[in-house]
Design a protein around this ligand. Structure first.
Ligand code: SF4
Ligand code: SF4
Length: 341
């Protein structure tokens, strides 16, 4: 039946420390993450209950839109199936990390870890209720220090799933390396800067060299079939890494390391607070990166807050920005009183 829904309402779960939601998207357009199970414990998830709630959500979606999801850019009209299965899983059930990013919402809000999720996932697969046509994501916390990480990764690679991992990149992971080699894993690393001092300000650790070394190491085993599976991210953080010089240095490193895929985001507390008033300068940086990517045949994507900001964009006056005309554009902006954040 055709109706407005999203793949996560239909077949997705996001597993938190002791609760389960449909997704991990919490924005001003929704009322927080769509809850499924308020609580799970002792490493057990009641899958029958999950599917019952999902059927209820689906029914509601067919008639009235779920208020939680109203306005979400993921909603689309489609002929959704009515089957009970899970094909999108986001792991978000631990918060330990080897970085300490200034924008991290994870460690401030969450207990470290209460449940080992491996037995529940094994059960889901055994029940025949897992389909490999979606995507597995690790959000956390840092996956490479999660004790069940390697076992989970092997399980999903064996099941033929696509796996996307967000890693600080501080630790080199054999499991990620092997997954990349097979083309089963996509890893996203967000150094946010090529400059050691800026990195230190953002991450509050001194591991810039280590991270870029690991990026280089992962890049080496990729070929033209799987080179897009290594994604390097730049989160624009107003006041910290938002100069053209910073961004240019990062892009030079991308070129030097022959990275073929970049992701851009905007620091989410800034984006949430200013969603209708994002600085034109931030949009300029986004356009600058996009242009660089196009010129260098690099895949370019926006993450969550940046995507949302683009949708709210009013300022369109940004066309051709490159390393030769940055100074000129800065001057024009100063003349127009466009402030650098
Ligand atoms: S908030 Fe958006 S992404 Fe999350 S379940 Fe609702 S529609 Fe899907
Ligand atoms: S790498 Fe991720 S989880 Fe770790 S501190 Fe940074 S934002 Fe938080």
């Amino acid at each position: 039946m055709k109706y407005k829904s999203c793949h996560l309402i239909e077949h997705g779960i996001s597993i938190n420390v002791d609760s389960v939601q449909a997704c991990c998207l919490s924005r001003e357009f929704n009322k927080g993450m769509l809850p499924i199970l308020e609580k799970y414990e002792n490493n057990k998830i009641n899958w029958d209950e999950i599917f019952e709630i999902k059927r209820r959500h689906r029914k509601h979606q067919k008639t009235l839109d779920l208020k939680f999801c109203e306005g979400c850019y993921n909603l689309r009209e489609e002929d959704w199936d009515d089957e009970d299965y899970i094909s999108y899983i986001n792991f978000d059930h631990w918060s330990q990390c080897n970085s300490n990013c200034i924008y991290c919402g994870v460690q401030r809000n969450k207990p470290k870890q209460k449940n080992n999720i491996l037995p529940a996932i094994k059960e889901l697969i055994k029940l025949g209720k897992f389909k490999n046509n979606g995507e597995i994501t690790f959000q956390g916390g840092e996956p490479t220090i999660l004790k069940e990480f390697e076992s989970l990764l092997k399980l999903f690679i064996k099941a033929g799933s696509r796996v996307r991992i967000h890693s600080s990149g501080i630790l080199f992971s054999r499991a990620i390396y092997d997954g990349l080699k097979k083309g089963a894993v996509t890893v996203v690393i967000s150094p946010d800067s090529a400059d050691k001092e800026t990195y230190k300000k953002i991450k509050r650790t001194d591991k810039s060299n280590k991270v870029w070394d690991n990026i280089k190491h992962y890049r080496k085993i990729l070929n033209s079939d799987n080179e897009l599976n290594l994604k390097v991210k730049y989160i624009i953080i107003p006041g910290i890494n938002d100069t053209f010089e910073e961004v240019s240095e990062f892009l030079n490193k991308i070129k030097q390391f022959d990275i073929k895929s970049i992701i851009v985001d905007i620091e989410y507390t800034y984006a949430n607070r200013n969603i209708n008033n994002i600085s034109p300068h931030v949009y300029m940086l986004m356009d600058y990166i996009e242009k660089f990517a196009k010129e260098n045949n690099i895949e370019h994507a926006l993450y969550d807050s940046a995507l949302y900001a683009q949708q709210q964009r009013k300022y369109e006056d940004i066309k051709e920005i490159n390393s030769n005309n940055i100074e000129e554009i800065k001057k024009q902006n100063a003349d127009k009183n466009i402030k650098y954040c």
